[in-house]
Design a protein around this ligand. Structure first.
Ligand SMILES: Nc1ncnc2c1ncn2[C@@H]1O[C@H](COP(=O)(O)OP(=O)(O)OP(=O)(O)O)[C@@H](O)[C@H]1O
Ligand SMILES: [Mg+2]
Length: 288
């Protein structure tokens, strides 16, 4: 019954000629580099610009986004399989019209679902991708075989690193792993916690040069964000930094980075129309 209603809603949206959302995943090699803060505040900035955005917290069991927003709710994405729960029940409202879904038990369980649940979930995801302009997945650090397949389905992979050599090395290893499976993944690099403009620019350049030299891969340089004490304060107050202190260095840098993203980076011009996220996911699951 629920499945039928879902297929009907989907058909209606398709008939209305809705376009599929741009789907991005925010990842890092090393943990704690600022993925969740970036994802949340970038999503808020996209919303502020009038786009409809869904932020999906995929960090297993951590509930990062809930904490950063000072919200507490036990409902998470895996609860859609509970009787009488609809997708609307697990989509929460964030600032600036942002929608978000808490991770709860996270992505690893997605790959252990039985066929019926998986089909139901893929239909729901397809509907969401017709409802929103952007869907952003805040992923956990590192990568597994399962998350790799998921990452290969999204349109854009945002890689966050800090200028620390360990963080850069881990970011490189992760991109190398992804490229070993599919070389046409679209990477967007963000350097977080830069100590200066020079620090940010040289980190962006160094990573993009090694990608080019050793993997023959061009990546898009989205920009850098400064190290700013405001982030820590905002996290402690459980208010997203771009709302807590919109005039801070980091909020201004992120607003500029968002504009640059929306205006299209030079590499974007050559890009083909993105393949369907849902089609890629379905193909992966049907081949398993
Ligand atoms: N630009 C910044 N300036 C200063 N501190 C920062 C900045 N970005 C992040 N931090 C600090 O790093 C901490 C971790 O950030 P965040 O939770 O966003 O990282 P993460 O990559 O999502 O972590 P995890 O891998 O655990 O999911 C923040 O609580 C904050 O103290
Ligand atoms: Mg996080």
């Amino acid at each position: 019954m629920r499945d039928q209603a879902e297929s009907l809603r989907l058909r209606l949206l398709k008939m209305q000629g809705k376009k599929e959302a741009k789907v991005m995943a925010v990842v890092s090699g090393k943990g704690g580099v600022g993925k969740s803060n970036f994802s949340l505040n970038f999503a808020i900035n996209l919303s502020k610009k009038g786009h409809s955005v869904l932020l999906f917290d995929m960090d297993i069991g951590m509930g990062n986004i809930d904490i950063l927003l000072g919200h507490s709710s036990k409902v998470s994405f895996i609860d859609i399989f509970e009787p009488d729960m609809s997708f609307q029940d697990i989509i929460k409202s964030g600032p600036e019209g942002l929608s978000y879904i808490s991770g709860g038990t996270g992505l690893s369980n997605l790959f252990k679902l039985d066929r019926d649940k998986l089909d139901y979930l893929l239909n729901l995801l397809e509907r969401l991708s017709l409802q929103y302009d952007y869907i952003l997945f805040d992923m956990g650090a590192g990568i597994t075989e399962d998350t790799l397949q998921f990452l290969l389905s999204v349109h854009e992979i945002f890689v966050i690193t800090t200028p620390e050599p360990t963080s850069m090395t881990d970011a490189y290893s992760m991109m190398k792993f992804i490229c070993s499976k599919e070389n046409n993944a679209d990477f967007y690099l963000v350097v977080n916690r830069a100590q200066s403009t020079e620090d940010g620019v040289s980190t962006l350049k160094r990573l993009s040069q090694v990608m080019k030299q050793f993997l023959l891969k061009d990546i898009s340089l989205l920009g850098f964000l400064p190290d700013d004490r405001i982030v820590n304060k905002a996290v402690s107050r459980q208010i997203p930094f771009s709302i807590f202190e919109p005039k801070s260095k980091i909020s201004i840098s992120l607003a500029e980075l968002t504009d640059r993203y929306l205006n299209g980076l030079p590499n974007d011009l050559e890009k083909k129309k993105p393949a369907s996220f849902i089609t890629k996911l379905r193909t992966y699951f049907s081949e398993r």
